[in-house]
Design a protein around this ligand. Structure first.
Ligand SMILES: Cc1cc2nc3c(=O)[nH]c(=O)nc-3n(C[C@H](O)[C@H](O)[C@H](O)COP(=O)(O)OP(=O)(O)OC[C@H]3O[C@@H](n4cnc5c(N)ncnc54)[C@H](O)[C@@H]3O)c2cc1C
Length: 500
């Protein structure tokens, strides 16, 4: 097959996990011709992620699946780190009502079900196609794009894509083929994961727990309806094979007194790592999700981070593919996302290093220190400490720039994002539109019928920041705020900028 005859698409997404499918759906909203190539025939069937945060539920809302995911989810009011004696070392409260994202601060879910809901949406994404059992084996950059070779059940296949995004997970083929180097943040601990089906929930803890017992560091976490999870750190010398022996697992569960209340669904041994790709873009190749970063699961943020990558990239790829922005816009992706990911990994490592202590003396010292810190009110910030975007496609120094824009919710449960079209939004006080307003910037004066019902909340958000306008990007992050005319000018400049 020659270059001329190769099948073409705008964006090739390699990997049909949550990051890849979410990216595909978001590219579909941008009208971008997208192929998602996935090695496996089906969704990875075993649970991995159990927690998603409010920003990610909002993102799923935009993809039309939040209600379905929430319907079988559960909430935990706290995430507690306890000593072996049950004293509280750290406690992160959750908002089980509504945060400013319009959802509870976290939902405990079943990842395969969430992925199934996402894949269900592909049927209505006209420009997006999922090709299952397509395994990427080779890539070659050409002046016209990237040639990608696949093994498929029908034999070899070739695609020519303008852009390729590796959403192909921890062992990313794109990362190897593209020669992307990884920064290793020095965490490597083996844990046994035990997922159970629940017959009697009344006998299980109702909140998420880390038991910082040096004899056996243990996680106990809620999942979606009808499921629960334990994770047990393996001690030196314990092998993955031993750890999955039913008698070994039964012994570990004994202190929880859940015999007869749960049935084991699966056991698996994972090594938890912390890794970040040094570059997230090389030419026409980009990385997202676990291909770009991996973190131990203590903060419940791996999947969430991958979906944030997808949201950040999709609208930028859309603009570049349509020729509305130079490809330099894609260079804002890593500086916008990496500091956030590194801060989250820092939180996950802090949590992991608190829990993963096997030496009794070191654990005693940790307990003494952390209990004293807690008594003195010196406690970690938790998720509230994750940083906003500080550089990239934003107008720094203006109020709320780089933070997700609040989503007001009406008394009848209607959420603002559902009322507004996909795209960038300009909220502003009523009056004539600013000069040079581009067609694809959705003009939302406070008296716009589109804002009916939401206008008091938006007006109060603007007033709270002391501004008359705010420009919100398609990924719901605030580009900047201030005067509408200044924002329109700055937005046009940022989107057209050739970076050096
Ligand atoms: C025990 C555990 C608990 C976790 N808990 C949480 C949590 O509570 N919250 C949270 O946010 N995250 C959590 N995570 C992390 C979360 O599961 C991952 O971050 C998430 O699944 C990564 O999604 P992804 O789409 O980037 O990669 P994957 O889900 O790994 O998808 C990658 C896809 O690429 C495909 N692929 C690979 N190579 C090729 C190729 N050459 N050609 C074609 N296709 C290919 C694979 O088949 C796969 O389907 C947890 C993980 C574990 C292991």
């Amino acid at each position: 097959m020659t270059l001329d005859t190769a099948e073409r698409c705008d964006v090739l997404v390699v990997g049909g996990g949550p990051a890849g499918v979410a990216l595909g759906l978001l590219l579909g909203k941008e009208g971008v011709r997208t192929v998602i190539a996935e090695r496996e025939a089906d969704i990875y069937p075993l649970p991995r992620g159990a927690h998603i945060d409010d920003e990610i539920i909002r993102l799923l809302q935009g993809l039309g699946v939040a209600d379905a995911v929430a319907a079988t989810s559960r909430t935990s009011s706290r995430y507690d780190f306890l000593t072996a004696k049950g004293e509280v070392l750290m406690s992160f409260p959750s908002n089980t009502g509504r945060t400013r994202m319009g959802w509870p601060s976290g939902l405990m879910i079943h990842q395969p079900s969430m992925e199934a809901h996402l894949r269900g949406q592909l049927a209505s994404a006209e420009s997006v196609e999922l090709r299952s059992q397509w395994t990427l084996i080779a890539l070659a950059e050409t002046p016209g794009g990237v040639l990608a070779d696949f093994e498929t059940p029908e034999g070899p296949r070739r695609l020519l894509a303008k852009w390729v995004v590796g959403c192909d997970g921890a062992r990313s083929t794109i990362r190897s083929l593209g020669g992307f180097a990884l920064d290793d943040l020095d965490f490597d601990e083996p844990w046994l994961v035990v997922d159970v089906l629940v017959d009697d929930a009344s006998r299980l803890p109702g909140v998420n727990l880390q038991i910082c017992d040096p004899a056996r560091p243990t996680t106990c976490a809620l999942m979606g309806e009808g499921r629960h999870r334990w994770e047990f750190m393996l001690r030196p010398g314990e092998t993955a094979e031993q750890a999955q022996d039913p008698a070994f697992v039964a012994d570990l569960l004994k202190p929880w007194k859940v015999e007869g209340a749960v049935r084991i669904e699966r056991t698996a041994v994972y090594r938890f790592h912390a890794l970040v790709a040094r570059r997230w873009r090389q030419g026409r190749l980009l990385l997202a999700g676990d291909a770009a970063h991996q973190m131990p699961p203590f903060a419940g943020q791996g999947l969430c981070s991958g979906l944030r990558d997808a949201a950040n990239l999709a609208w930028k790829l859309g603009r570049v593919v349509r020729g509305q922005s130079p490809d330099a816009l894609l260079d804002t992706y890593q500086p916008e996302r990496e500091p956030n990911v590194r801060a989250i990994i820092g939180m996950a490592l802090m949590m992991g290093r608190t829990v993963c202590i096997l030496d009794p003396q070191a654990a005693e010292e940790r307990d003494r220190r952390m209990l004293a810190d807690r008594a003195a009110g010196n406690v970690p910030a938790g998720p509230a400490g994750y940083p906003p975007i500080t550089e990239g496609c934003i107008l720094p120094g203006t109020p709320a720039a780089g933070w997700p824009f609040t989503q007001p919710v009406l008394d009848d449960g209607r959420r603002m994002d559902d009322a507004l079209p996909h795209g960038a939004w300009l909220f502003r006080t009523p009056g004539p539109p600013p000069a040079g307003l581009p067609d694809d910037l959705i003009d939302l004066p406070l008296d716009s019928p589109r804002l009916a019902g939401f206008e008091p909340a938006v007006a109060s958000l603007l007033a709270g920041e002391g501004v008359s306008a705010a420009l919100v990007r398609p990924d719901r992050y605030v580009f900047g705020s201030g005067e509408a005319q200044d924002l329109v000018r700055a937005w046009a400049g940022a989107l057209a900028a050739e970076r050096t």
